[in-house]
Design a protein around this ligand. Sequence first.
Ligand code: 4AD
Ligand code: MG
Length: 430
Amino acid sequence: MKITIKDASKFVDQEVTIGGWLASKRSSGKIAFLQIRDGSGFIQGVVVKADVGEEIFARAKSVTQETSMYVTGVIQKDERSPFGFELQVKDIEIIHESLDYPITPKAHGPEFLMDNRHLWLRSKRQHAVMKIRNEIIRATYEFFNEEGFVKVDPPILTGSAPEGTSELFATKYFDEDAYLSQSGQLYMEAAAMALGKVFSFGPTFRAEKSKTRRHLIEFWMIEPEMAFIEFKENLEVQEQFVSSIVQSVLKNCQLELNTLGRDTAKLEQIQAPFPRITYDDAIKFLHEQGFEDIQWGDDFGAPHETAIAESYDKPVFITHYPTKIKPFYMQPAPDREEVVLCADLIAPEGYGEIIGGSERIHDQKLLEQRINEHGLSEDAYKWYMELRKYGSVPHSGFGLGLERTVAWISGVEHVRETIPFPRLLNRLYP
Ligand code: 4AD
Ligand code: MG
C-alpha cells in the first residue's frame, strides 16, 4: 500500500510504501536512522541490519541527501518522535541518486540560501513556514465566505496608482502606459457597490527601494471592501479576521509551530478586541519614550512602530493619521479636516504594520478636489469618480499583507522566508 507520511497514523502495524527523499541520516554498525520527507511530512525510518540483511543495510548506509526512493516498512507508534510514528524499514528502492546536494546540515549564509531557494524550500523549516502560509490562506477564505463576502479578482495590469506614483512598476500596454497593480482597492470599491461585501486575494507590486526585513517587491494582499460599513465597524472586521487566522494556525499547525520553535503562548492571546491608539497619542507616547526627532505630521518608521507595539501583547490599531501623509481616497474625520478615518494595524514583537485600511471618501466634490490636489489624471480616474455619482454610500476596507502576517505568526525574522520565491531589491533569481 502506497501512503503519504501525513496519513501514517491510519496505518499503525501495517506494511506500507512511502515515496520520499532522504533529508538526513545517522548510522552505526548495526542500525541506521533515515529522516525521510515526502512533502506531506517527515518520518524517521529505522533500518536494523539484523532484520534487513547486508545488501539493504549497505544501501541505507550509503544513501545520500535528497536521493529519491521508495521505502517499504511497518509503521509503528513512537512516543519520542515529534510526529508520533516511525517506519521499521524492510526495503529501500532507490529512484534517483542525488550527489553533492549543496545545502548540507552545516550553517549557510542567507545569500547562499537565497541563491538556492529552489532547493532550500525542501528544508524542514521552510516546509513548516509554507504550511503555515497555506493555513492562513485557507482560513482567510473560510472567514470571508462565512461572513458573506464574495471573492472578486481585480486586474493586475492597471492604468491607475492608488498608493502614490513613486513605487510603480511601469510597463507598456500596447501603445498605452500601464502599471502592475499596487493594490486592487479602487476596483474592489466598484465591486462592493455591486456585491456589498467583497474580498480579493492576489499579488501586488511595489518598486520600493527599501531593503528591510519587512519589504518585498512582489507580495500578496487580501483586500476586503464593504458597502455601508463605516470606520469603527471596519476595525471590528479586521480584529475578528486576524484573530480567526491566528487561532486557525494554532489549531491546525501545532507541528509546524513546534518545528519553528514559536512561542505559542504569545499567539494564544491574539483574540479580539485589539487596543486602539490615535496618531496624536502615539506621538505623545513616543516623545515620552525619548523619540525626540519625530513630530506631528511625520510618518512612523520601524523603530517607532516597534516601540508602540511593545506596550501591548496584541496587535494595536493606530488611528487618525494626518491627511497629508495618507493616500487621496481617505475620508477626513468629521470634526477635524487634518486627520483621516484610517488605521494601521501593528503586529506585536516588532513585525510592523500588517494592515492598512480606512473609510473611503464618498462625496463626489471632495474626491474631485483630492484627485486634483494629488495631481492625478481625471481621465484615468473617471470610472472611480462615477462610483460617487450613482448612489454613493459610506464604505470602508483594508489590505492585509500576507507575508508580514506569515512572518509574525510563524515567528520568522525576515519576509524572504514567507513566500516561495521572494522578489527582493536586487533579486530576481531563482
Ligand atoms: O498600507 P498599504 O499600502 O495599503 C493599501 O495598499 C491599501 N490600498 C489597502 C486597502 O485598503 N485595500 O498596504 C497594505 C499592507 C501593509 O499593511 C503591509 O502589510 C503590506 O500590505 N505591504 C507590504 N508587504 C510586503 N512588502 C511590501 N513592500 C509591502 N507594502 C505593503
Ligand atoms: Mg500602509
